[in-house]
Design a protein around this ligand. Structure first.
Ligand code: HEM
Length: 421
């Protein structure tokens, strides 16, 4: 009855027949992108709750007799509400899970070569989503305006300033002037709750539209090949109702796991960190794991490495915080265009059949993990030079050993002939 009412006005049946009958692959690795999507939904819901109670200002107010920034005071008050602290923790944990899911999803796409023609555009849209998600996390860091928030954000402020030629301009744009200043919190609040969610929402929509238009890659099996009748049919289950039921169930299962983690594992306990206190020195804390890659890289660069090019000054902050992340994203962006496949690809590739790309991916992954470890060299009592040697040895070994093994495996598989890398 309700459906009929809407259908007469919006032609819902046409939409249902056209889109909801599309197939979705049943392979479990295709759920990784969905976990990123689910986490984004949880972030929006919990973010709306927090948005009603948060005060985007660093002006001082009284909290239990002490003068603290009002942003900090509002977050302490959220933590004191029934369910307030849990919802704030669910928000933070969902951000971490979203970025982990994005990376796992990216790895699935990379190792199975699903970025190949015609999916290069969606690979680039995905990379943009990843970068913006990291930026979302960074802007969220400052909002509680604790001692930790201000220390962590000031590292990025000086990194932004270190960009040659345009650094001061970028820093002023992002931080609304100098940092810390009273204009920064409202600027970050605007980016965190408005600009970034709109961008993410639109880009996820574009990502999904391209996916529906181009159709999924499919897991390759003999059964699939036979069923697909020479590539004319897609194998999977319809989006409605089968996939929708599975996805909704997974969503609530993920929510249950996140709520469980949030209940028992504290995150960003701002009451322990306290409000910003310039005289008390910087707290010895590490950023969340996904920022540790850049943080670790910065720790390995000699502090006196500084030179100038065309009047622009290159400092360790420029190398670690600007050049390294930009080059890494560029390498990721070039992957589909350096791949040899020129024909449109329908099936996913078996990673074992791609010795060069698979071992390159493993080596690259180990390199990034070693940078995370480098973020802990102070507690591990390792000197930067020793850590650089460990990082190079581990990354090269993680590249060369799988490469040789995979070449051997493929030579045997092909009856003694060489295979293409
Ligand atoms: C907010 C972040 C993201 C969300 C919510 C998201 C969501 C999804 C979903 C739900 C799918 C369909 C299921 C699947 O194939 O796993 C998908 C497919 C795809 N995604 Fe993402 N994704 C994100 C980021 C990325 C990133 C970082 C990349 C790569 C750089 C990427 C590249 C792709 C490609 C190429 C496909 C098509 C795969 C195929 O046809 O097999 N996505 N994405």
């Amino acid at each position: 009855m309700i459906f009929k009412w809407f259908d007469e006005r919006l032609e819902l049946k046409k939409f249902k027949d056209k889109f909801l009958t599309k197939t979705f692959p049943t392979h479990p690795t295709f759920l990784l992108g969905e976990i990123a999507l689910f986490s984004f939904i949880t972030l929006l819901i919990t973010g709306i709750f927090l948005g009603f109670l948060y005060e985007p200002s660093s002006k001082f107010v009284s909290l239990f007799g002490a003068m603290v920034p009002s942003a900090y005071a509002s977050v302490v008050r959220i933590d004191l509400l029934p369910m307030g602290m849990i919802i704030r923790r669910i928000h933070h944990w969902s951000a971490m899970i979203m970025i982990a899911a994005i990376l796992a999803h990216l790895m699935r796409i990379y190792f199975t070569a699903s970025y190949r023609k015609p999916r290069e555009i969606n690979w680039l849209v995905g990379l943009t989503l990843w970068s913006i998600s990291m930026f979302a996390a960074f802007t969220g860091y400052l909002l509680p305006y604790s001692n930790f928030s201000v220390t962590a954000t000031s590292i990025v402020y000086y990194t932004a300033k270190s960009v040659p030629w345009v650094g001061n301009w970028i820093a002023r744009l992002l931080f609304a002037g100098d940092f810390p200043s009273d204009a920064t919190v409202p600027r970050f609040f605007f980016m965190h709750v408005m600009l970034i969610p709109i961008l993410l929402f639109s880009l996820i929509g574009l990502h999904m539209l391209i996916l529906v238009k181009q159709k999924h890659t499919e897991p390759l099996s003999n059964k699939n090949k036979k069923e697909a009748q020479g590539g004319k049919r897609l194998i999977g289950i319809p989006i409605w109702p089968e996939q929708a039921v599975i996805s909704i169930s997974y969503y609530f299962f993920l929510l249950f796991i996140v709520a469980l983690i949030a209940t028992y594992i504290p995150l960003n306990p701002i009451e322990t960190y306290g409000p910003p206190s310039p005289g008390a020195g910087t707290p010895a804390l590490r950023p969340d794991w996904y920022f540790l890659i850049v943080y670790g890289f910065l720790k390995l660069i000699p502090g006196n490495l500084s030179f100038s090019i065309f009047g622009g000054q290159i400092t360790p902050e420029t190398i670690g915080g600007v050049i390294f992340p930009t080059l890494s994203i560029l390498v990721f962006a070039l992957i589909p265009f350096l791949d040899r496949a020129k024909e449109p690809v329908k099936y996913i590739e078996n990673p074992l059949h791609r010795p060069f790309m698979t071992s390159f991916g493993i080596g690259g992954g180990v390199f990034l993990c070693m940078l995370v470890v480098a973020g802990y060299i102070d507690v591990l009592h390792i000197t930067p030079n020793t850590m650089i040697i460990y990082t190079i040895v581990a990354s090269v070994a993680a590249w060369v050993v799988p490469y040789l093994l995979l070449r051997l495996y493929n030579r045997k598989r092909n009856g003694g002939y060489n295979v293409k890398a």
